[in-house]
Design a protein around this ligand. Structure first.
Ligand code: SAM
Length: 159
């Protein structure tokens, strides 16, 4: 299985990088895992609605440029569908069974994802109604993907 997380902007702080590096290393036993970063647009405090839409659209086009036709796309969205870790794990297993072995997870930038990206997504995942920084979302998502593989392999990691 090939799994990529497409996200906006670079991770600067060491503490995010270290956490993600650890789970990426562990995931290497189960799948080909990569993180694809696209450049972010400057989003100063005072932007009009139209300017904010423009930022999302430009970032969205960069994200869409990294998605292949064969990719099954999960968009991370606060208003998306919540699931349990077990439900997520069995979803991933089912996708493999049906030959969908290329998964792309998409995390928006500071203003979120464009409509075009949400339309391209096959499914939307919410991690609850709280807004999380996109850097933290990257770490939480990487751990949950790892957890899904642990659940599917019957490992005691998931209790
Ligand atoms: C800072 S948030 C963007 C906030 C923006 N107002 C929105 O509604 O998307 C950056 C990105 O992190 C992801 N994200 C943040 N919190 C999330 C949550 N609770 N569930 C799923 N994704 C989340 C989404 O992909 C979002 O586009």
């Amino acid at each position: 299985m090939n799994i990529k997380i497409i996200c906006v902007g670079k991770l600067k702080e060491k503490y995010w990088k270290q956490g993600i590096a650890e789970y990426s290393k562990r995931l290497g036993k189960f799948c080909k895992f990569e993180i694809v970063e696209v450049p972010d647009e400057k989003a100063p405090e005072k932007l009009s609605e139209a300017q904010m839409e423009n930022v999302k659209k430009t970032e969205g086009e960069r994200i869409l440029g990294k998605i292949k036709d064969r990719d099954y796309v999960y968009a991370l969205a606060i208003l998306g569908k919540e699931r349990t870790s077990e439900e997520f794990a069995s979803e991933i297993e089912n996708l493999t069974t049906y030959g969908r072995s290329d998964l792309a997870f998409v995390i928006g930038g500071s203003l979120g994802l464009s409509e075009d990206v949400l339309k391209r997504a096959d499914s939307q995942i919410s991690f609850g109604r709280f807004t999380m920084p996109h850097q933290l979302m990257r770490l939480v998502l990487t751990e949950q993907i790892y957890r899904a593989f642990m659940i599917n392999s019957g490992s005691p990691y998931h209790k």
